[in-house]
Design a protein around this ligand. Structure first.
Ligand SMILES: Nc1ncnc2c1ncn2[C@@H]1O[C@H](COP(=O)(O)OP(=O)(O)OP(=O)(O)O)[C@@H](O)[C@H]1O
Ligand SMILES: [Mg+2]
Length: 236
């Protein structure tokens, strides 16, 4: 289930636009980068009214169609950055661009896989697209195939292992034809077998289309060899 669509990024302004001749979304040329942010900062204010910086001048750029990994120690701000990219948090400063549609997959699949069966969970997010039942079935089966979960379609989700639930969560994002997958430490709770199974499922889902991009957050060094193209070290 794609939580990005459940939690809209920022509250839209209620006032009418000041410039009537701004380019429409379709006039704006699509960028080669799927993710681009410049000088991002994020701070929180404590109850004692103290400003605590969490991200400071963070800039990154991820080209379309690639799997990139974001590596950093506990508490360096990886999840915060991902939540900003997903639109769940608003940065204090800086600019963010992330191709749409985008999806954020949580570290703990129990926060995301909530429908009674695998098929129902993957289909859940498709309700907003006005698809025919055949189109829904086709999208669900293709995305479950991409993550190696076809034979679990009718399974109650509570009977799945953690790694299998992660794959169902990824399939939900793929079914919605998300262009960008923001993946937060998906393998934390998994054994080695499921760990690499889930990484392979993500790589598989990128395919050769050059259209789907994934940013994979981790602090496990051994996962880096799967990135193939690029690694961002979270040392800001
Ligand atoms: N709402 C908040 N209030 C106070 N501190 C926060 C809040 N959100 C994040 N932080 C702090 O910001 C820092 C970065 O947190 P974040 O969860 O982004 O780290 P992380 O790199 O994802 O860590 P981990 O590898 O453990 O998941 C941490 O020190 C955290 O305690
Ligand atoms: Mg984190």
């Amino acid at each position: 289930m794609n939580l990005c669509s459940l939690l809209p990024a920022f509250t839209p302004p209620l006032v009418p636009p000041l410039h009537a001749n701004l380019p429409s979304r379709s006039d704006v040329p699509e960028k080669a980068e799927a993710i681009e942010c410049e000088n991002l900062s994020y701070s929180i204010t404590t109850r004692q009214r103290k400003l605590v910086p969490i991200l400071k001048d963070c800039s990154l750029s991820v080209p379309s169609g690639q799997l990139w990994m974001l590596l950093g120690p506990n508490g360096c701000g990886k999840s915060t950055l991902l939540k900003i990219l997903a639109g769940l948090l608003k940065p204090t400063n800086g600019t963010v661009y992330v191709k749409r549609p985008k999806s954020f997959v949580f570290q703990n699949p129990d926060h995301q896989v909530v429908m009674p069966t695998v098929e129902a969970d993957v289909a859940f997010g498709l309700g907003k697209f006005n698809l025919t039942p055949d189109e829904v079935r086709s999208r669900v089966s293709k995305s479950l195939e991409a993550v190696g979960m076809s034979k679990y379609m009718q399974r109650p989700v509570q009977t799945l292992s953690g790694g299998q639930k992660q794959r169902v969560a990824i399939a939900g994002a793929l079914a919605e034809a998300c262009k960008v997958l923001l993946l937060d430490e998906l393998t934390t709770f998994l054994d080695e077998n499921d760990q690499f199974g889930v990484i392979k499922a993500v790589k598989n889902s990128l395919g050769d289309s050059g259209d789907v991009t994934a940013l994979w957050v981790t602090h496990r060094l051994e996962e880096l060899e799967y990135a193939g193209w690029g690694t961002l070290y979270g040392r800001w």
